[in-house]
Design a protein around this ligand. Sequence first.
Ligand code: 0WD
Ligand code: CA
Length: 425
Amino acid sequence: MDQHRPHNPNSSYRRHRSEDKRERGDGWRNPNENKHLKPNHHQHQSGATPEQKPLSCPSLSTRRELYERDFPLYKQPVEVGCFSLDAERRFFNDSRQMRYFVEPDRNPNFDLRDGYKGRYVKRDDSVREKLDHILRWIVANRSKLDSSATTASSRALDVDFVTWRGHLTKLLTTPYETREGWLLAVTRFSGTLYISEVETEAAQRERDNRTERHEEMMYWGYKFEQYTCADNPDSLPDPSGVVNTNEAFCTVVQTRLADHRLLFSGEVDCRDKDPDAPAPPACYVELKTSAEICTPKQRSNLHRFKLLKWWAQSFLPGVPRVVAGFRDHEGVVVSMETFHISKISHLIKNEYNCWKPTVCMNFCSDFMSFVKHMATEDNPSVVYLFSWEPRRDVTFSIHRDSQYSFLPHWYVKEMTSGGDSHHQS
Ligand code: 0WD
Ligand code: CA
């Protein structure tokens, strides 16, 4: 895939920078430019509001122009494992929830409203799962991750960042986001930075005030999956069944962005059912529904806004294609289209003032450098809360033993006692 460009020494933005700038992008603002960065001087009590933050807090700009440089190194993501969540949202360290893509007709006429009343079990989205499923996977798969280069006394994971793919998608799209801000909690523990999203007040308000129409439309995406996915490579989809959104199959991938080693997990809708298909993640298929396209303006809007999110989400784990079902106002899928992730950058080149993959990736890389420099205290109960609102810089505040702490005790215990002790649970 051409977007996973091998490291080109001539295009490495780091190499041409001075020592001081090596670890920082141009969007980085340090008010005490002549002094050394002293993030601890900006520390304040847990529970303090952002308004109480000293004006001198370092920040990171999200202005697009600052990130228009060469595409950074992004290593081909490698699947290191997977896990499943069952109908009761229970974790399994296996692929039991894997589904198989069955290509529909070009004009399928799927009724996405079918089953909304009566055959729908909706996940309780007020439950804050944080990184728990990923952490369970890590504990169960320590041996796959243990650094081969380090000695037995080193208990550290061989990665810089652990997070959900969805959180990274938000970072990639930040320079183009005009509506929704975010809050990302970061904890440094045994040298690894864990990133877990915190729901903003605005997002919680939206969740609490969804219209019935919006609730139903959220079901449509899952119903589309049911029309296009089978439980076995040689069976057919069963649209008469129940849609249960607790169920999930998640891939765990390892990769590197510039000098950041990443381990993240993302939900995968289904895979190519051909046993000769390439190995994961190259056989995975992302499914989407979208309003049908009737005018050139609507096509342009799909390219300018939706394809940004679709590209970012699938590019990250190396999922090569998105299969979209276009539906009318009544929730009937009237046409299908496949988008190859590697071709999306060509599709958008004709759009005026459109988003650029390089801006997304460079911003994410610079955000990670910023986090590495600011989140210095290695302590599982300390949270650096990075916060961003559209048209503002990224800022942060520090919280000790607060409501924001997210690494569970069982995880900290397991990772400090080493991977040799296998507890029953
Ligand atoms: O607690 C949280 N704030 C979050 C938890 C935010 C995002 C995700 N999650 C968890 C859930 O355990 C979920 O199983 O992550 C899993 C999915 O992670 P992801 O792949 O990193 O998330 P994302 O890329 O945003 O979404 C992928 C799919 C969505 O498909 P579409 O086609 O709509 O993008 O995962 C589903 C949804 O089907 N999904 C979720 N499922 C459960 N909880 C959530 C969520 N909060 N968000 C998206
Ligand atoms: Ca999907």
